[in-house]
Design a protein around this ligand. Structure first.
Ligand SMILES: Cc1cc2nc3c(=O)[nH]c(=O)nc-3n(C[C@H](O)[C@H](O)[C@H](O)COP(=O)(O)OP(=O)(O)OC[C@H]3O[C@@H](n4cnc5c(N)ncnc54)[C@H](O)[C@@H]3O)c2cc1C
Length: 466
């Protein structure tokens, strides 16, 4: 789907910081992720368009999203889930399923029906989001953040001349007022601090922001994903991306159990792999958000006099830019503590995302990942018995000619990387010993999943040299 997202999105070259109507810093975001991904930039792509692209893609795969259909209640009697759905015309029907994925947002019916706690808190501020068209320095296609003395305002570019999305706090309004607010309540603030001329307001909405993580992400056959499982402030732009990460993590495991006869114990790895990251993310965004919005005069001086100049200096260091890119892009998320992760070679450990590397102009080691199957990667010379072991297990083997960029990416020549269907390294063996492959699957009751991969491919496992 990358082409559709690039086509519809805006690549953002820089983030600017303003203090009391003056631009005080411009941090370049260009090529921040060089060497980490084929997409080493920041891309803004509106969530409604994103949902449309996903729904169209599902349709090409024969799946229809049924809008205006509500999950009313469900039970988990016996070996499945029985859900009651209400259609747009009010008619109710029962739907039987093996599993239930609760992706129903912050007010999740699934979470409430399971009586799973959602501990955390709610910020006192009222937030607003607005899509506007206008002119002024903040409509130049870059991100602009105004570090006001007592509130927060950020401007994100959108496709189309002068179109931007504003996200900010509404000052000095009672929490229960948020239903009655209009753009006029924030207009002066936007115009005054960012020298904005506003021609048109396409959309305005207010909301409260929570920071919460569900006590657990699974209860028998029902799972929680996305905002149903975790919510946090928009600082860092991580919410939807994290929900998609949950879905990717659970989807291949459900497919393996439902289609491939893999042991259900595989599903037990979903919660431990995702909940720790969600907890860390919510704690980090909470700290960042508190720093950005603290109303005290000392906090404001610390933000503008101390933090900003230091950030400007640090941002010039490529190691810092790389670290920030890995964090915000979530490339740095790992499952090292998962029962599915084993071994280490160089800096790469089982549970890390497979490091990306360009193997030739416009070719990379991620190309085979589109198969969404377990596979083995070797860079440089491999032991002779690797191909036979992979063939016996029904695993595709991908060999890549060694080149120096691979070491920079953290890869080790001759090491054997067993890669999961979601692109994470399951097992890494620095000696390239293929005996570990069979043991890996046997010890985890996962051998059936390999038979399914082979059957899906409809051919014998391949050995590809690149
Ligand atoms: C101003 C703002 C800016 C943001 N910016 C970013 C950003 O830059 N990057 C980012 O990654 N994230 C961002 N987020 C966060 C992101 O919007 C959310 O994390 C994301 O929408 C969560 O997706 P979700 O599918 O889990 O939940 P939702 O988007 O809430 O979707 C839940 C769906 O379930 C449906 N539903 C609810 N109950 C039922 C039921 N009983 N039966 C059937 N259907 C039901 C709802 O109608 C809805 O369609 C931002 C959020 C805000 C508010």
């Amino acid at each position: 789907m990358a082409d559709a997202l690039l086509e519809g999105g805006v690549q953002v070259p820089a983030a600017n910081f303003w203090v009391q109507g003056t631009k005080v810093a411009r941090l370049s975001l260009e090529r921040m992720g060089e060497g980490l991904t084929p997409f080493p930039f920041a891309l803004i792509f509106p969530q409604d368009t994103h949902e449309r692209v996903l729904i169209e893609r599902l349709e090409t795969l024969g799946v229809t999203v049924e809008r205006r259909t509500e999950l009313v209640r469900f039970d988990q009697e016996g070996d499945g889930v029985r859900a009651t759905l209400r259609r747009a015309d009010g008619a109710e029907e029962t739907c039987a399923a093996s599993y239930l994925a609760g992706c129903d947002g912050a007010h999740s019916t699934v979470r409430e029906a399971l009586a799973i706690g959602f501990p955390g808190g709610t910020y006192a501020d009222i937030f607003f989001v607005a899509d506007v068209e206008g002119s002024g320095p903040a409509t130049n296609g870059e991100i602009h953040v105004d570090l006001g003395r007592s509130d927060f305002l950020a401007v994100f570019p959108m496709k189309g001349p002068g179109r931007v999305r504003l996200v900010g706090t509404v000052l000095e309004r009672a929490a229960d007022e948020h239903g009655q607010l209009t753009f006029d309540d924030v207009r002066d603030r936007v115009i005054g601090h960012l020298r904005f001329t506003i021609d048109r307001v396409n959309w305005f909405s207010t909301y409260h922001v929570h920071h919460r993580v569900a006590a657990k992400f699974r209860e028998r056959r029902a799972f929680l994903l996305g905002d149903a499982a975790h919510v946090h402030s928009p600082v860092g732009s991580q919410g939807m991306n994290t929900g998609i990460g949950d879905a990717v993590n659970l989807a291949w495991k459900l497919a393996a159990v439902l289609n491939g006869g893999t042991a259900e114990s595989l599903l037990e790895t979903y919660e431990p792999e995702r909940i720790d990251f969600a907890r860390r993310l919510v704690a980090t965004t909470d700290r960042a958000f508190t720093v950005v919005t603290d109303r005290g005069p000392i906090a404001w001086r610390v933000r503008t006099v101390l933090v900003l100049p230091v950030a400007r200096l640090l941002f010039r260091l490529s190691a810092v830019r790389r670290f920030l890119f890995r964090t915000v892009s979530q490339i740095g998320v790992n499952y090292r503590d998962s029962p599915l992760s084993e071994g280490a070679a160089g800096t790469v450990r089982g549970g890390d995302r497979l490091p990306w590397v360009e193997t030739a102009p416009h070719e990379d080691n991620f190309a085979p990942l589109t198969g969404l199957e377990w596979q083995v990667h070797v860079h440089g010379e491999s032991r002779r018995d690797v191909a036979a072991a992979c063939a016996q297990l029904g695993l595709s083997l991908h060999r890549f000619a060694w080149q120096p960029a691979m070491r920079r990416a953290g890869l080790t020549p001759g090491a054997l990387y067993l890669v999961r269907p979601d692109g994470y390294v399951a097992l890494v063996d620095s000696d390239g010993d293929p005996e570990r492959l069979g043991r890996y699957f046997l010890n985890r009751g996962l051998t059936a999943t390999l038979r399914r991969d082979a059957a899906t491919r409809g051919d014998s496992p391949s050995v590809r040299a690149r």
